[in-house]
Design a protein around this ligand. Sequence first.
Ligand SMILES: *Cc1c(COP(=O)(O)O)cnc(C)c1O
Length: 354
Amino acid sequence: MLSRRLMSLTPYVPGEQPRDRSYLKLNTNESPYPPSPRIEAFLRSYDISLLRLYPDPWSLSLRQTMAKKYGLTEDHIFVGNGSDEILSFVWYAFFDGQYGRLLFPQYTYSFYPVYCDYYDISYRRIPVNPDFSLNVDALIGNEGDPSCGIVFPNPNAPTGIALPLDKIRDLLERYPQDRVVVIDEAYIDFGGESAVGLISSHENLLIVRTCSKSFSLAGLRLGYAMGSPGLIRALFITKDSFNSYTVGRLTQAIGEIALEDEDWFADKIARIIEVRTFFSAALEEQNWQVLPSKANFVFARKPGETGQRVYERLKERGILVRYFNVEGIRDFVRITIGTREDMNRLLEETKSLF
Ligand SMILES: *Cc1c(COP(=O)(O)O)cnc(C)c1O
């Protein structure tokens, strides 16, 4: 009854979305702030008879809005039902095990090996530097062990550490131009340097973004990718061989509204960065080690505790964080930046518990 393909899959396990009681959720990097209020005004006046009709399979108006925002043309933009869906298309379209293994960092987004499993692509985890920053020399690999592509988040997850633009430029200059380099910029808006400006000079660069974090729209499911028109065409071929209508009408319209509300965006980003700075210093004050984060979360450890124990004790107190049962980062927890009140509540608990 089940395919052999299915039986060999190990799915990704998303962060808990519990229903048993109400928790302070600092475990899935959602925003603590509601999205742009313009969305509410739009929904109140929306003509629901439009929902009879299929959405634009090209999401043209949304892609034009994005193109304008990033100084590109719409043939450089692809949109999808969350960036996870786009990543799945990326694996299908660009990574071919015949040309070698896919390279990604030792500690990184745990969905990447799941896609490799799904599409039967072997991969190599590249060791990071002792301070957890990405090692560009190692990421490029060597000629004796060819690779079919590179993927990494910038800033990296779950460490929060950003790779500076000059290192990205160096990587792109040294890596074969006929292999795709994917930068997952899910957290770039919180202080990293985007590689969007390198698209025009590197046809093999694809940048993947999401509206889930910095736009407070995790419930909407909207992601986008930016790259040369050849890469974008390949993503459309992949999508249109799978589902023509991955992005609904309401999602396309709301995405446009959210992307255009620059004042809302600037205010929320500034607040999260401010709270992150305050919270990191306060945790250090309590003798935690906190990695320097450019994301909307911090990766931290209290010497003498394991990540699992910190997670369990905080959960008893009604606060959810995330730990990873992975050699080398077992002592850390990843803590999403909430409001200042959220972080003060957490700091009270960490102070008394650990
Ligand atoms: C959250 C996250 C995503 C997924 O974003 P969605 O658009 O919600 O699917 C992708 N990559 C990284 C590194 C993330 O942290």
